[in-house]
Design a protein around this ligand. Structure first.
Ligand code: SF4
Length: 464
């Protein structure tokens, strides 16, 4: 599963979210701020469009030769003392993490913020196995302590304001019963809480932003330093990485290290970029395990239109410009992947059909703002319409579309339909907003009344 169990289809979830004024205010404030900062950071780079083109080409090359690069990565990691595991799905990946944690004699792990482990619901699987996972990214920690769900790729607690965060800390964090809602006090309380965990937990679990195939190096970028602590202090490090995160070389990595920070946090460079290659004796974790996760990626790769979603570097720029996301919040999408990228990636990774999954490609206005900001030029509107075409349709819609196809495939029939539309205008002054038997369409879509005379008829009269 990629989507959360029990979440209703998007229209229903969005309707509930729209009724939450506080949620909308928090989101509008936060995304507006990030959006303006990103635009300024991008405007500083004169060759931004070239960088986007280059990054797109690199990712396409990787996807076209994924098997070879994965084997190259496996060889390089193994030669440098790491152990590579292959996981077909979430269950296999979770089972490997549990087994490795137990083998290390641990009942606790610290975690670096990771979309892949959220996707496979690793924390829940660990809890079932009696292992406690502590999120160490501040926003992830807020979500975890509040027994909440994330609502943004980069800022999972974006739907919370500082008063709500204070209340969560007071209720759940040891030693934080009187903390104020000042951001510095909240950060200090979290820092003290996490410092104890960093120093006492023998196993860390991370994701990966990138992996360099030529050397077997894994890269994590972050802003708080919590990742650096997790990646260096514990004796055992387990990294769960989607198989699409590969880059061929360090030169390629340089392109993405310019694109990602400006697209995500609107920074010129990340405060922390951690890179490690296998195991270094006497320095850092002495056991390194890399779990290569498929979980629907191979099936996505087989789809010629949809595979571009695998270029995603999880920067979240598309979320911050999306008018639908800003009004509904991320939880309405029902997975760790909200917003425009979630509307395509979650159905692709999950595969199959159900009401919630099939509703996601419609969670978009198709305005194209997501495509314009995407650093790897994923044409999200194209994939959305592609997925919409694959979803099962109500019988009425299929019949009407077939009828329309029949009419529009013949000039004679099309012109007759135009005249009939024009006649309907004169008869009843009623447009498509009152189309009988199509309430699902006409309740939210309106169209102008047909013109008194079609362009074809006007052309015949005046120009032929
Ligand atoms: S689809 Fe593009 S803009 Fe959206 S998160 Fe992925 S890389 Fe960023």
């Amino acid at each position: 599963m990629v989507t959360w169990l029990g979440v209703p289809p998007f229209p229903q979830a969005a309707t509930e979210a729209l009724a939450d004024d506080q949620l909308r205010a928090n989101l509008a404030h936060a995304t507006g701020h990030i959006r303006r900062k990103r635009a300024a950071a991008v405007a500083e780079v004169p060759d931004w469009e070239n960088l986007r083109e280059r990054a797109t080409a690199i990712k396409n090359q990787v996807l076209s030769n994924l098997d070879g690069y994965l084997e190259q990565l496996e060889r390089a990691v193994s030669e440098r003392g790491g152990i590579v595991h292959w996981a077909r799905d979430a269950a296999e990946a979770n089972e490997i993490v549990i087994r490795l944690t137990r083998a290390a004699g641990a009942t606790e792990v610290v975690k670096v913020k990771s979309m892949a482990t959220g996707e496979i619901e690793l924390n829940e699987a660990l809890a079932e196995a009696g292992i406690t996972a502590t999120e160490t990214d501040l926003a992830e920690l807020i979500v975890q302590l509040g027994q909440d769900r994330p609502s943004h790729i980069l800022v999972p607690a974006i739907h919370r304001n500082r008063t709500e965060i204070r209340d969560i800390f007071r209720a759940t964090m040891p030693g934080a019963a009187t903390v104020s809602d000042e951001p510095t006090d909240l950060a200090e309380a979290a820092r003290r809480h996490l410092r104890r965990k960093f120093l006492s937990t023998p196993v860390a679990v991370s994701g990966a932003n990138f992996a360099v195939a030529e050397t077997g190096s894994i890269v994590v970028v972050e802003s708080e330093g919590n990742g650096r602590m997790c990646l260096t202090l514990p004796q055992t490090l387990i990294t769960v990485m989607g198989i699409e995160k590969l880059l061929p070389s360090w030169d390629d990595l340089a392109v993405f290290l310019r694109l990602l920070p400006r697209s995500s946090t609107a920074e010129r460079m990340n405060p922390y970029t951690s890179v490690w290659t296998g195991v270094t004796p006497g320095d850092g974790p002495q056991n390194f395990h890399l779990i290569l996760l498929d979980n629907g990626r191979t099936a996505t790769l087989a789809d010629e239109v949809g595979r571009q979603a695998l270029r995603c570097i999880r920067c979240s720029a598309c979320l911050n410009v999306c008018p639908v996301y800003e009004r509904t919040g991320g939880q309405a999408y029902g997975s760790v992947y909200p917003g425009p990228i979630g509307a395509i990636l979650a159905p692709q990774l999950q595969g199959g059909h159900d009401k919630q999954i099939d509703s996601l490609p419609y969670a978009s206005s198709l305005c194209g703002a997501c495509f314009e900001v995407c650093p790897v030029r994923i044409d999200i509107p194209e994939v959305l319409t592609h997925l919409r075409a694959q979803a099962p349709k109500p019988v009425g819609e299929s019949v009407s579309m077939k009828g329309l196809g029949w009419i529009m495939s013949s000039r004679r029939r099309y012109e007759a339909a135009l005249r009939a539309g024009s006649l309907a205008r004169h008869l009843g002054q009623r447009g498509i907003n009152a189309l009988p038997g199509a309430a699902g369409w006409t309740v939210s879509r309106d169209a102008p009344l047909p013109a008194p005379q079609s362009f074809r008829d006007w052309y015949r009269e005046n120009r032929s």
